[in-house]
Design a protein around this ligand. Sequence first.
Ligand code: TXA
Ligand code: MG
Length: 321
Amino acid sequence: MIGSSVSEAAANLKAGKLVAIPTETVYGLAALIRLDESVVQIFKAKNRPAFDPLIVHVPSLEAAKPYIREVNSEAKKLADAFWPGPLTLLFEKSDQVSDLVSSGLPTVAVRVPQHEITLRLLQALGEPVAAPSANPFGYVSPTTAAHVAQQLGKEVAYILDGGPAKVGLESTIVSCLNNEVKVLRLGGLSLEQLSEVLGYTPELQLSTHSNPQAPGQLDKHYATHTPLYLSDAGLEELKTRMKPGQKWALISLNPLADLPEGCTNYPLSQSGNLDEAASKLFALMRNLDELKLDGIVAERLPDKGLGRAINDRLHRAAYRM
Ligand code: TXA
Ligand code: MG
């Protein structure tokens, strides 16, 4: 069922059911962290490996305190500057957080989403929910209620519809453990925004297969079923890959001209705006997947602002063994 009733969403969660919730980044698949069986259902519904820990969602830093050990100065600085917002922070967990949620790690990822209806839900609940993105493991994250219904409609008791996600990329994950700031996942909060508040550029420790800092960040992720190729020069890449009679898509930041027959260009923005591009990316990837094309080429975006996180997602979507 899709609707916009906070009380219905709350009642389902309290009854141990899964509820999809809107956030400014992507839609989440939520369960109360207190109910182990419900948390297990999240992993089952997504077909998600148990080693991939969940993010705990709370309405404020204050509400997070029973679940974490301490808030050091760098974490406080970032929470004060960016919550509610597309930032997830890592803390040492208290015994209120089960090993199911943290996948056995001594730490827990926490965020305060910037979405009015979900903040009201979290206030009404009076306790946190765990919520990964509401997509089958490895696929593109959902940015609308309809995306959730298409793929996980049978698994959720209720989809709380909060409209299309404004940011469109998952939260940026930052560890401030030992007061050392490290970015574990690029996302909806840019490196520039973080650096401005910190007064320095934090270290990037993005996960790869050989370095799983944020364990869910496997190389192959966010992937379409249609093969996707990432390139600095999209049009040239397309011309070498496309065979006569085939249908291809070319994703670019700005509109491109002079395309070969059979190829359609899908610009992410008319004006080169990286925030707009981020908000459109995942819906476009889903739409293109439905066209059953022979292939997709994506042209790498400028490595600044949200362009960096978009390139990270495209890179993982394009990864081929
Ligand atoms: O924007 C978002 O963050 C969305 C919305 C729904 O809030 N959620 C989301 O969750 O993207 P998910 O499960 O798709 O990604 C969470 C990632 C995990 O894959 C893992 O890499 C990292 O967060 N993570 C969670 N707990 C962690 C921990 N204790 N240490 C390191 N990484 C952790
Ligand atoms: Mg995800």
